[in-house]
Write a protein that binds this ligand. Structure first.
Ligand code: NAD
Ligand code: ZN
Ligand code: ZN
Length: 344
């Protein structure tokens, strides 16, 4: 084992990541060391590096929360995984395990939760220290590169769809057909829902159609809400907003059917105006959803093993990370970029 590793580090918010040679960390008691094979690039990594949110990560830090790799060393007392296992180091890096939220399996909102690539160093590095109790177990039959987008974009989309409480045969709007959205379309189809895809980019909408969306609406069209209401017969039973754009949130509430649920997962900084009368008089639920728990993770991965969901990926080396960030910022990534640490 070499003693140093390549890593992409955020040293200052809003500035380019710095490629560095760092010492390979050693797993302490209860920790494991994972040798990274691949790591997906999520729009959240942009928010993290930009210092966009009220709760900021401590500087410097290594982003990346879609890292997949092989367990290569165990700290004292670790029994949950063994050397050679393929695991994912997700956004939900760890939680306390005994607060009221953890007991209810709402561990992503545990007050002591740690977040991969945010409050803990993440997967834009050749090695990652992880908590063996919270890693994703990558099923045999799923390649590392195919698993990477699923451990954030996949589980978040899947959980968000469940949170809409839409039932088979119902309509769902997926707003934002990027990394999360292109998977959300597939999960929703597999869950028996009719999908109406919404984006501002016609090529993303064409992609959604290829993935099974029955209707597509360009959010820039003046009567986008009316168009959705027409195809869905009065609004969608469920609406999932993945778009990192405040405009999409107000629009999404308008696309929700009476007694329907609009689930917010996109995280652009700021606030959006809520049409109070419409929400009250139409009995609409607006609900936040934050990744998923470990059970949701296992379920989200199982859809891919069954061939029902497949991430569209573009491989790039770690050295391209700043170019990838620029493209992601400008909506120029077709679906998901995955950083590849393996030799070709
Ligand atoms: P992405 O950049 O891959 O995709 C975003 C998509 O939204 C693009 O296709 C873009 O064209 C589209 N879009 C932009 N403006 C739009 C608008 N006004 N209406 C409709 N579509 C629009 O991003 P991603 O990796 O899919 O992440 C999306 C957001 O979800 C980010 O804000 C990210 O931080 C957040 N996120 C939240 C969670 C969670 O747990 N809640 C988890 C992961 C990501
Ligand atoms: Zn993410
Ligand atoms: Zn807890």
């Amino acid at each position: 084992m070499t003693l140093t590793m390549q890593a992409a580090v955020v040293e200052q918010f809003g500035q380019a990541l710095v490629l560095k040679e760092l010492a390979i960390p050693e797993p302490g008691p209860g920790q494991i060391l994972v040798k990274t094979e691949v790591c997906g690039v999520c729009h959240t990594d942009l928010h993290a590096a930009g210092g966009d949110w009220p709760l900021k990560p401590p500087l410097p830090f290594i982003p990346g929360h879609e890292g997949i790799g092989i367990v290569v060393a165990l700290g004292a007392g670790v029994t949950a995984v063994k050397e050679g296992d393929r695991v994912g180091v997700p956004w939900l890096y760890s939680a306390c395990g005994h607060c009221e939220y953890c007991l209810a399996a709402h561990e992503p909102v545990c007050p002591d939760a740690q977040f991969g690539g945010y409050t803990k160093n993440g997967g834009f590095a050749e090695y990652i220290i992880a908590d063996p109790n919270y890693v994703a177990h990558i099923p045999a039959g799923l390649a590392a590169r195919e698993a990477a987008p699923l451990i954030c974009a996949g589980v978040t989309s899947y959980k968000g769809i469940k949170e809409t409480q839409a039932k088979p045969g119902d309509w769902i709007v997926i707003s934002g057909i990027g990394g999360l959205g292109h998977l959300a379309v597939q999960y929703a189809k597999a869950m028996g829902l009719h999908v109406c895809a919404v984006d501002i980019d016609d090529s993303k909408l064409a992609h959604a159609q290829r993935l099974g969306a029955e209707a597509i609406v360009n959010a820039k069209t003046a009567d986008a809400i009316e168009m959705v209401r027409e195809v869905t017969g009065g609004g969608a039973h469920g609406v999932l907003i993945t778009a990192p754009s405040l405009a999409a949130f107000k629009q999404g509430v308008g696309m929700t059917r009476k007694f329907g649920t609009c689930v917010l997962v996109g995280l652009p900084p700021g606030e959006f105006p809520t049409p109070l009368f419409d929400v009250v008089a139409n009995c609409i639920t607006i609900r936040g959803s934050f990744v998923g728990n470990r059970r949701d993770m296992a379920e989200a991965l199982a859809f891919a093993v069954d061939g029902k969901v497949k991430a569209d990926i573009e491989l790039q080396p770690l050295s391209a990370i700043n170019k990838v960030f620029e493209r992601l910022k400008h909506g120029e990534v077709p679906s998901r970029v995955v950083i590849n640490f393996l030799p070709d």
